[in-house]
Design a protein around this ligand. Structure first.
Ligand code: UD1
Length: 411
């Protein structure tokens, strides 16, 4: 799908962010571990979330969607999802809970954006410690719970968000097993998952710190839960406003989740965070150095958008990517628009104060496409972005929301 992005945008307006993709995916996956009806509010209408829902339906869950609310009920489950689980990386979160519920789970290797190797060894090693036998075929991973350990200690070699969440969900329904995860991811979405699991009767404490303790219960009950606002969506629209020296108000924000705004403020950005909103006012930006890192560090999911900011800031900025080895796909696209960027090993040096030229661009990854869309909106004419639909994986109603802040996109 080709999108035409009209340049010379004057960025101004007000929008409300949707439910967080990265909170919705593990929470929706965790409904598999429940035994009563679950109602979720603020479920974002995104293709990745729809994909997760469709996998759960194939596994035998009864799910109904009504706008942004959804109800989930576990019926007779089938553990074989090998034909349907390769599209999104988050499908791996189903392996442990599905195997516990059905005795055996079969999944294909997970997909997702092409930003690096993205192995699942931390997930599988964690499941092994929880007493699962894991068999890895060419295309399919099989998990079978064979032991029922009493006390389990799992140290994650890297604070993987997905592995932390997968092991939390799985361990929460291992009755009489106490699991302690250390070196956990501390992202706000992990806290959100803990809150959801506990709302359904789980016993999980410690999310938001490096150590999480899970006391397994026989089963989870039901829950009625509202998903937090998407902090990466907030960051993307804040960066669009800052890069365009525009003025926007963004609603639906949970202030405790958007720590990266402190950093953006230091660049000269006039950003005010309130109880449920963020206001950005026009300001002149200075060059900066950032390195992505697990939370509370600067999020890798805002690194491509920050590159656009660097193209506009005054001076030479340096951006280092520490989470994914292949997340500079946007550099080539920005260069087509006149950006001056030098590539080093896992970092880039960006020359600022650039005016973008309109160009024909290709979207390959969700966040990279968000970045080039912002640049195109500030360019001197009409740009075309091929494969724009990748944005629908992670930005709810993106065309309408961009329109509300002055960015026009024609499909
Ligand atoms: C989640 C987010 C994604 C974000 C990423 C890092 C969701 C649905 N997605 O992805 O938007 O960019 O966190 O903040 O929440 N790794 C391994 N082995 C593993 C697992 C991960 O080597 O078993 C590596 C990955 O290849 C990557 C790094 O660890 O280099 C971080 O990955 P992880 O934190 O697991 O990211 P995801 O959960 O996939």
């Amino acid at each position: 799908m080709i999108a035409k992005v009209i340049g010379n945008s004057k960025i101004y307006g007000e929008i409300e962010v949707g439910g967080a993709k990265n909170a919705a995916l593990p929470i929706v996956a965790a409904t598999l571990a429940t035994s009563r009806k679950v109602i979720l509010e603020r479920v974002p209408n995104l293709s990745d979330v729809k994909e997760m829902i469709s996998m759960l339906e194939k596994a035998g869950m009864n799910i109904s969607l009504n706008g942004n609310s959804a109800s989930f009920f576990v019926k007779n489950l089938d553990g074989n999802l090998s034909e349907v689980s390769s599209k999104i990386r988050a499908s791996i979160l189903l392996l442990g809970p599905l195997a516990l519920k059905t005795g055996h789970a079969f999944l294909s290797y997970p997909g997702g954006c092409a930003i690096g190797k993205r192995p699942v060894d931390l997930h599988l090693n964690g499941l092994r410690k929880l007493g699962f036998k894991i068999s890895m075929g060419d295309k399919v991973i099989e998990a079978t719970p064979i032991h029922h350990p009493k006390d389990v200690q799992i140290y994650l070699d890297f604070p993987s968000v997905g592995a932390t969440e997968h092991l939390m969900i799985t361990a929460s329904i291992m009755n009489e097993t106490t699991t302690v995860l250390s070196n956990c991811a501390r992202e706000p979405e992990v806290i959100e998952l803990q809150d959801f699991l506990n709302s359904a009767g789980a016993k999980v404490i410690g999310a938001g710190t490096t150590k999480i303790k899970i006391v397994g219960v026989p089963r989870l009950s039901g829950s009625h839960f509202k998903i937090m606002g998407d902090r990466i969506e907030v960051g993307t629209y804040v960066i669009a406003a800052m890069a365009g020296e525009g003025e926007v108000t963004i609603k639906g924000v949970k202030p405790s989740t958007v720590n990266f705004l402190n950093f953006l403020c230091k660049l000269g950005g006039d950003v005010k965070v309130g109880e449920h909103f963020v206001i950005v006012k026009p300001s002149r930006l200075s060059a900066f150095n950032i390195s992505t890192a697990p939370y509370p560090g600067f999020p890798t999911d805002l690194q491509p958008q920050a590159t656009v900011l660097a193209c506009k800031a005054n001076g030479i900025s340096k951006i280092t990517e520490n989470i994914f080895e292949n997340r500079f796909g946007h550099v080539r696209e920005l260069e087509k628009m006149g950006a001056k960027i030098e590539r080093l090993e896992n970092s880039i040096k960006v020359k600022g104060s650039r005016q973008f030229k309109a160009a024909r661009l290709l979207g390959k990854d969700l966040r990279e496409t968000a970045a080039i869309t912002i640049a195109a909106a500030l360019a001197d004419g009409v740009s075309e972005i091929e494969n724009f639909e990748i944005m629908f994986r992670g930005y709810e109603n993106v065309i309408e929301k961009l329109d509300r802040i002055g960015i026009k996109i024609v499909m």
